[in-house]
Design a protein. Sequence first.
Length: 89
Amino acid sequence: MYLAVKDVKALEDYRLLLKFENDEERIFDLKPYLDIGKFRELRDRNLFRSVKVCFDTIEWANRLDLDPEFLYEKSYSKAEKSIEDSVAV
């Protein structure tokens, strides 16, 4: 399924709040990728916060971008996280 990214916001702890064209909001955790190639540059918090929507996906000031299908597949909905947090002991 291809859903374009319509909005992005950098959150604490290297997470991104993404809004897709179907109005679904999902959270993508970038931490697992920060030791891989060009992603290492995103450890710089100022660079990480430079994220913006570019065409149908997101891009940082260092020209690194991610496929919107990958972002959707590897992210979780805000609703899922809220349910998990309320169940956690």
